[in-house]
Design a protein around this ligand. Structure first.
Ligand code: AMP
Ligand code: MG
Length: 485
């Protein structure tokens, strides 16, 4: 009898016009071995993996065995990468299918690193273990921080070596996502200049993610408005925890509003709005502070792709599109302000709030203060006393903050709770991430498991969390991260 693992596939993506995908199986791999299975996530989404042997699971999550109901395919998409347009597609990923959870939620189950596809261009279709560990660790951390994200269900090693700068162990990650529809998927459809393709993708996306939009007089505008809200929410979350995505290309922006594609992403230690880590981001295009601007730029590309669906008359469509994109700055700013208020325990809306927030951020920047720890130190019952807070500029700011807190119409306890729920204690700091990846690629998975466990409760301290709260020592600091795909 074949095991079903409770996979419950209902594959709708293949009902789109054939240009949107290629049906093909993942490549066979010689010696799949489990590195990690996310049993908790499996249970959450209604899969039963606990009774299967590791060997069987390694065959499923390598793509060697296809679960019943799976109809694998690779998706076509395009993208603006660092500002330049290319036709792309899943160059090393296979969608196994859409799994329906017991609660009726539709989730893509995708293997990444599972072999070449017609979209591979010069790539080998493979992934190395290090970057897959990075994606697993950080995506799960993001989820626990309360940030919309794709999730990681499993990592296996393939038994093959992949050639990067050196030979590295090959791996496959199983990624769970609300969908893999990207800004770049619409750019792909628009580039083929076939209005029917665009229309079918528009209807599919609305049905899958924003069904309420079906009744809108202008569906394309309705969809864009919803996506703008979702993206603004997402970027505000990133800014809240100091997350820098690193490759905000339009092919890496999911229309579901989930964080997707953890390449050279990293968290900021000391606050500097110009921080970026990615080795391929020479000009800092995707720096911390640029993220909202880039989100807007990417949304403008989405609107451009959708112009023929916005209005039959091109001039009218362009005018409407410009009006839409202009709204993003305000939408973002309001959401950002409200998030920053929650980080500082500010209730209500006072004229001085913006200045108070700006002054603190400037102070942090000028004094190399740790972003995460500063906000967390402010979320204690008493005034912080560490050396850095003795500086008079901080004392002045602190007094102003105290005055502002008096204007709250809620108790101090309520404010504290709000702050503690929005200011994490533990983020996956780069130096820890690198340490864990190094040990894991050498076969020692204990650090990886320990770190994952601590990252399960990022807003709560316990005996184990202390070392992970420490900023890096100067010799531990990570200045650059690599896609190292
Ligand atoms: P990413 O930077 O991971 O978002 O990837 C950008 C594009 O390159 C996507 O179309 C990927 O599928 C493709 N790609 C990345 N790495 C590889 C690889 N090793 N082999 C084939 N395609 C790849
Ligand atoms: Mg990508």
């Amino acid at each position: 009898m074949t095991e079903t693992y409770n996979f419950n596939f209902d594959n709708t993506y293949k009902s789109l016009p054939k240009q949107f995908f290629e049906r093909l199986r993942p490549d066979h791999v010689p010696d799949p071995k489990i590195v990690s299975i996310n049993y908790k996530l499996a249970e959450e989404i209604g899969l039963n993996l606990t009774t299967a042997t590791q060997q069987k699971l390694s065959r499923v999550f390598s793509g060697n065995d296809l679960p019943d109901g799976s109809a694998p395919l690779s998706q076509a998409y395009a993208g603006h990468q660092f500002g330049y347009f290319s036709m792309l597609g899943d160059g090393r990923a296979h969608l196994l299918g859409e799994h329906i959870t017991p609660n009726g939620i539709r989730l893509d189950i995708q293997l990444k690193g599972s072999g070449r596809t017609p979209y591979s261009r010069s790539g080998d279709g493979r992934a190395a273990l290090g970057p897959m560990i990075r994606e697993y660790l950080i995506s799960e951390a993001m989820h626990n921080l309360g940030i919309p994200t794709t999730r990681s269900l499993a990592i296996i090693t393939t038994g093959e070596w992949v050639r990067r700068e050196t030979l590295l162990p090959g791996a496959i990650l199983t990624r769970i996502a609300s969908s893999h529809i990207r800004v770049g998927t619409f750019e792909f459809a628009a580039n083929l200049k076939d209005i029917d393709l665009l229309k079918s993708l528009l209807d599919y996306t609305i049905e899958r993610h924003y069904p309420e939009v079906f009744d809108y007089p202008n569906r394309a505008v309705g969809l864009i408005e919803k996506i703008m809200q979702k993206q603004a929410d997402l970027i505000v979350h990133w800014m809240r925890v100091g997350f820098i995505h690193g490759v905000m290309n339009t092919d890496n922006m999911a229309l579901s509003g989930e964080t997707i594609d953890y390449g050279p992403c990293a968290f900021m230690d000391n606050y500097d709005p110009n921080t970026f880590f990615s080795s391929i981001d020479r000009g800092g295009r995707y720096s911390y502070m640029n993220q909202p601007l880039i989100a807007q730029w990417n949304l403008a590309r989405l609107i451009e792709a959708l112009l023929p669906m916005i209005d039959n008359n091109e001039d009218n469509a362009v005018k409407l599109g410009e009006k839409l994109i202009d709204k993003f700055s305000d939408i973002y700013k309001q959401k950002w302000l409200s998030m920053m208020r929650s980080k500082l325990g500010l209730h209500g809306d006072q004229a001085e709030d913006q200045m108070l927030i700006k002054d603190l951020l400037d102070w942090m920047h000028n004094n190399d203060a740790d972003f995460t720890n500063t906000f967390r130190d402010l979320s204690n019952d008493k005034k912080p006393t560490e050396k850095i807070y003795k500086i008079s500029s901080f004392q002045t700011w602190y007094k102003k903050w105290m005055v502002r807190l008096q204007k709250n119409n809620v108790s101090w306890d309520t404010s504290l709770t709000m702050m503690r729920n929005n200011n994490p204690l533990i983020i996956p700091r780069n130096h820890q991430v690198e340490r864990v990846i190094n040990s894991a690629t050498q076969g020692n998975l204990k650090c990886f498991r320990d770190f994952l466990e601590v990252l399960e409760n990022p807003y709560k301290a316990d005996g184990k969390s202390k070392p992970y709260q420490m900023p890096p020592e100067p010799r531990e600091r990570v200045y650059q991260t690599f896609c190292g795909t």
